[in-house]
Ligand binder design. Structure first.
Ligand code: ACM
Length: 746
């Protein structure tokens, strides 16, 4: 938060957006030398391409991006594109911009595509097309830079898929992982099995839709897209699918942008949509929900393999990618364990358990994939019954910490998609962009000789609760920009990234992306005033407008503007949000105001430095539960901090003493806890951040007279690493650490 504030004031304290960074490129190039002067694109700018070069799609993209006709013999400045075989990587490119010439060279068309996007990002989002002079040499750090989209749980149009691919291209991703089938709908036409889409692409509304519909009352992004609803046999159904012609169109569209489309046909689990149409696929001829997951297809019947191979034969024809995803996640294996046909097969093949039965299925499919020249990818559950070293593992279960290490030891290639950071369906918060940015593609401790097995990383967007394009865009943007920088550069400079990201929001608006606006910071949600308070919010971008309500309703485009500040003179609740000029609304913040008198100080005789800490070595769900226990030990600490001697994985600490504030005022406190905590000062609740959760900062205020006041901070840690931070602010200052000298004990 601190960095954001400094940056915002740096950027908008008189500077204009265009002056902030002339090269706001994301991902940042491997090497960039600023130049002087600008190249101005005009109608006379010419475009020079080597004769017979296979660059027609690049030419088309450049012309449309720059709005030029691109005649070879124009009278003005010129853009030259071509090949340079000395570049070190298929996606490498060099870009030289001077006032008279832009030269873009790639080793292959893919490199030229990457360079086109760099150029794209250098064209200002509005105004004249002046491209600053620069020399760039660039190439990616990782070969797998992916984004995934689930189109089964909710469906998306061909146009939206193309728009998604455009965003991947803009940020130099090279893999689009398309999750085409699942329990909730089969979305790819398979000519041999027409029922898969005629019937299997349609379902009645489910629990996930109900949850979306409930949320849609406050947020239109959750309205079920009516384009995918229809009446079928007297019932309302939801669905849709892609014809093979549409799939080819999308694969070609992606290929023009040097993006490979990786299809996923998820099996043997997640196959209910198919089993309902072809019941022989399951061991029980039934498709239903088991204890955790749905009934899988039966790996013990030859008919299953015939079906799977026929489906993949058509898939292989449609997708030229070498990698194809078989799924293999979340398989409920009880129907296998109980089936006679499986018992017989296990006996015959010497298969000891159902995990090995899953491996048997994967091995057979892998053999088939290999015979067709394809490489199999599967989710990390594949490891459980043992896998062949030539399978590629997609790691998602962050809680199975040893999976990437085991896979690397086994010689498998690995793509990192950990649920903890790269599941973009998880609702974003203030930390989510920086969490993605901090990702280490190669986990700590991987031996040097195994590092090359980590192909790269990918973010996944599952759509159980994503019924609209707007919701999808809100979830993946801007998080994908952080991932793009991680996988392209493998270098980290978050301050620089954040600055460039601010400059990308107007570009996103121009591209009509329903992005998540940057968080508003620098205020508390629980506020206190004595006579009056002034609410003013620093805007992350000058073009935003902050709007508010005082009647409990959600702010809308017509709500009053907060402007320079709002004077608060009575207890009330204010809801506010930032709005873009294009009508996007940022997250809504609810600010409570209560009136307090300044708490009177208590008298202190013979104070000693520090706070008393009481340690409880136990798991607590809430801080209040510590009250029922007897402390295991007590100690003195200088501040609100966990002593190094505390090694219990789960514990609670009560900090008690006095806080001696140097002047009378309304103090803001920012209490970050993982897991939970509460803060009381002068017998008033200031911050309630209780419960078991990830690091969350919560804030509150208290009116204090100069002097000492009773201080109580409680903290609990459930296990797995803690975060504990207490900061304060007075009169709108930057949040800072509470000085040790303020804490005393009687
Ligand atoms: C997954 O999230 N089931 C791969």
């Amino acid at each position: 938060m601190k960095k954001m504030l400094v940056l915002a004031s740096l950027l908008f304290g008189g500077l204009t957006y265009a002056q902030t960074n002339p090269y706001p490129i994301i991902p940042y190039p491997a090497s960039l030398q600023p130049g002087t002067g600008v190249f101005e694109v005009t109608s006379a700018t010419s475009l020079i391409v080597p004769a017979d070069a296979p660059l027609s799609s690049q030419v088309k993209q450049l012309k449309s991006m720059l709005g030029i006709r691109g005649n070879a013999a124009g009278s003005g400045n010129r853009i030259v594109i071509g090949f340079d075989s000395s570049l070190g990587n298929d996606e490498a490119y060099s870009l030289e911009v001077s006032a008279s010439t832009i030269t873009l060279l790639g080793k292959t068309p893919a490199g030229i595509n990457r360079g086109i996007q760099t150029l794209h990002q250098l064209v200002p989002a509005s105004g004249t097309k002046k491209i600053p002079s620069v020399t760039i040499k660039d190439q990616p750090a990782y070969a797998w830079r992916g984004m995934h989209l689930d189109v089964s749980r909710h469906f998306f149009t061909v146009d939206f898929i193309k728009k998604y691919i455009d965003q991947l291209a803009f940020y130099k991703f090279n893999k689009f992982h398309w999750h085409l089938t699942d329990d909730q709908g089969w979305r790819i036409e398979i000519k041999k099995y027409p029922l898969l889409t005629q019937e299997g692409a349609w379902r009645t509304l489910n629990n996930q839709d109900s949850s979306c519909i409930a949320k849609s009352k406050d947020n239109p992004d959750f309205i079920i897209d009516p384009r995918f609803l229809k009446m079928k046999d007297g019932k309302q159904v939801y669905g849709g699918y892609y014809t093979q012609e549409q799939i080819k169109e999308i694969v070609a569209y992606a290929a023009e942008r040097s993006i490979e489309v990786i299809p996923e046909i998820d099996m043997p689990g997640h196959m209910m949509a198919a089993i309902k149409q072809y019941p022989y696929l399951s061991c029980t001829t039934d498709a239903s929900w088991g204890k955790t997951f749905s009934t899988p297809i039966c790996p013990c019947n030859e008919q299953t393999y015939e079906f799977a191979e026929n489906v993949f034969n058509e898939v292989f024809e449609l997708f030229p990618s070498q990698y194809v995803h078989l799924g293999a996640d979340e398989v409920e294996k009880t129907t296998w364990a109980n089936a006679e046909v499986c018992k017989e097969l296990m006996k015959k093949e010497g298969i000891k358990n159902v995990e090995e039965l899953q491996s048997y299925f994967i091995h057979r499919m892998q053999k088939f994939f290999t015979s067709k020249g394809k490489k199999l990818i599967g989710w990390d559950e594949m490891l459980e019954g043992g896998i062949d070293a030539s399978a590629t593992l997609m790691y998602w279960r962050s809680w199975v910490k040893n999976a990437p290490y085991e896979a690397a030891k086994n010689g498998n290639e690995i793509i990192m998609t950990p649920v903890s950071t790269l599941y973009f369906d998880s609702p974003p918060g203030i930390q989510s962009v920086s969490n993605v940015y901090q990702l280490e593609v190669v986990p700590e401790g991987i031996p040097a000789h195994q590092k090359k097995l980590f192909l790269g990383a990918q973010a996944n967007l599952w759509t159980e609760y994503v019924p609209t394009e707007s919701r999808a865009e809100y979830l993946y943007m801007p998080r994908m920009t952080a991932l793009s920088e991680v996988v392209w550069t493998n270098k980290k400079n978050f301050d620089s990234f954040q600055q460039r990201l601010l400059q990308h929001y107007p570009m996103m608006e121009k591209r009509n992306i329903h992005y998540r606006l940057p968080d508003l910071t620098g205020f508390t949600e629980a506020n206190v005033f004595v006579d009056k308070a002034t609410l003013s919010i620093k805007k992350p971008l000058e073009s935003y407008v902050i709007r508010y309500t005082t009647d409990g309703s959600l702010p809308v485009k017509t709500s009053p503007e907060l402007g320079k500040g709002l004077i608060i003179t009575k207890p009330q609740t204010i809801k506010l949000a930032a709005f873009t000029s294009t009508g996007l609304r940022g997250d809504i913040y609810t600010l409570h105001y209560q009136q307090q008198a300044y708490a009177k100080p208590v008298s202190v005789s013979n104070p000693r430095a520090g706070l008393k800490g009481s340690l409880y070595k136990k798991f607590f769900k809430m801080t209040t539960l510590m009250k029922k226990e007897t402390a295991d030990s007590t100690f003195t600490v200088r501040n609100v901090e966990v002593p190094k001697t505390v090694t219990a994985p789960s514990f609670g600490i009560q900090f008690r003493g006095l806080i001696n504030v140097p002047e009378t005022g309304v103090y803001s406190f920012f209490y970050t806890c993982d897991d939970g905590g509460i803060l009381r000062i002068a017998d008033r609740m200031v911050v309630d951040n209780d419960g078991n959760h990830f690091p969350i900062e919560k804030s509150g205020q208290v009116a204090l007279s100069k002097g000492a006041h009773p201080f109580e901070a409680d903290f609990i840690e459930g296990g797995g690493g803690f975060t504990l931070k207490l900061k304060y602010s007075l009169n709108g200052s930057e949040p800072k650490d509470v000085p040790d000298s303020w804490f005393v004990q009687q």
